[in-house]
Design a protein around this ligand. Structure first.
Ligand SMILES: NC(=O)c1ccc[n+]([C@@H]2O[C@H](COP(=O)([O-])OP(=O)(O)OC[C@H]3O[C@@H](n4cnc5c(N)ncnc54)[C@H](OP(=O)(O)O)[C@@H]3O)[C@@H](O)[C@H]2O)c1
Length: 253
């Protein structure tokens, strides 16, 4: 098993990619704090995985609330004795609006979940890693939308901010052996569309040809879990500061 003895925290564990990451990590021996707002879904996941190698601790919270995400990291340390891996996976879409049509409400929502939440989690995780004195590992779920126009201005900007925090953290803590990598996800069959609300039709019309360029149907989120397992395990021990596309080749053009 690749993650025996490791303690991991995965945000956005109640659906899509996060749920698959928890499933794979626990089967590979990790103890996982499963974080999201929908507590009943987290409890169902813990029940489903109760006979696997690792344990699941469901923790209900909103990633955009500092006290919730910091509390989850404290719970990881209190329950399992340490934190080894943080996966910042929780995220929401914008409405594909081009700049002239961006609303303050959408900007605040997307940046609070996609940027503030991961920043608060990374800050606390780095504090714990430094105190533990044994390195650490952060995986940020970013998007091809940080590199080209697969959504609106605000979603792309939020994921580009996440990429920048990833590289900075890898650089700043290289000597402390805190690794930090990003996955640039392509199109996956999850519930993310429900976070979009009513799309801006002008933006959607312009984004659609870019989505069609991928030529790959929306993929199984287990592909993201497999990439996360590699980045979370010691197999990737010499890899940090990377933006890894997991997109079936979409970024290759
Ligand atoms: N699907 C794609 O094609 C795609 C492509 C590129 C990048 N991504 C990125 O991949 C990540 C996972 O997305 P997904 O496709 O798996 O989406 P999803 O199926 O909608 O799952 C999103 C998860 O995030 C959680 N979440 C949302 N807002 C939250 C908040 N305020 N606090 C805590 N948890 C919150 C949701 O749980 P609750 O609602 O229970 O809180 C859910 O567990 C996101 O960062 C997304 O931007 C997805």
């Amino acid at each position: 098993m690749k993650l025996s003895g490791k303690t991991c925290l995965v945000t956005g564990s109640s659906a899509g990619m996060g749920r698959e990451i928890v499933r794979l990590f626990v089967k590979e021996g990790a103890n996982v704090v499963a974080f999201a707002r929908r507590k009943e879904r987290l409890e169902e996941l813990a029940e489903e995985l109760k006979n696997e190698a690792g344990k699941v601790l469901p923790y209900a919270g909103d990633v955009s609330r500092k006290e919730d995400i910091e509390g989850a990291i404290d719970a990881a340390v209190a329950t399992f004795g340490k934190l080894d891996v943080l996966v910042n996976n929780a995220g929401v879409m914008d409405d594909m609006a081009p700049m002239a049509a961006v609303s303050d409400e959408k900007y605040e929502k997307v940046f609070s979940v996609n940027v503030y939440g991961p920043m608060a989690a990374m800050r606390k995780a780095c504090q714990v890693f430094l105190a533990q004195g044994n390195g650490g590992n952060i995986i940020n779920i970013s998007s091809v939308g940080s590199k080209h126009q697969a959504a609106g201005a605000i979603y792309g900007a939020s994921k580009a901010a996440l990429n920048a925090m990833t590289k900075n953290t890898a650089y700043m803590y290289e000597k402390e052996n805190i690794r930090c990598n990003a996955i640039l996800a392509g199109g996956f069959a999850t519930e993310i569309g429900t976070s979009m609300g009513m799309p801006n039709m002008e933006g959607y019309g312009k984004v659609k040809p870019v989505i069609e360029l991928s030529k790959v149907p929306a993929a199984d989120p287990v592909e993201i879990a497999k990439a996360c397992l590699f980045l979370a395990s010691d197999d990737s021990g010499f890899i940090s500061g990377v933006e890894l596309p997991v997109d079936g080749g979409w970024m290759s053009f």
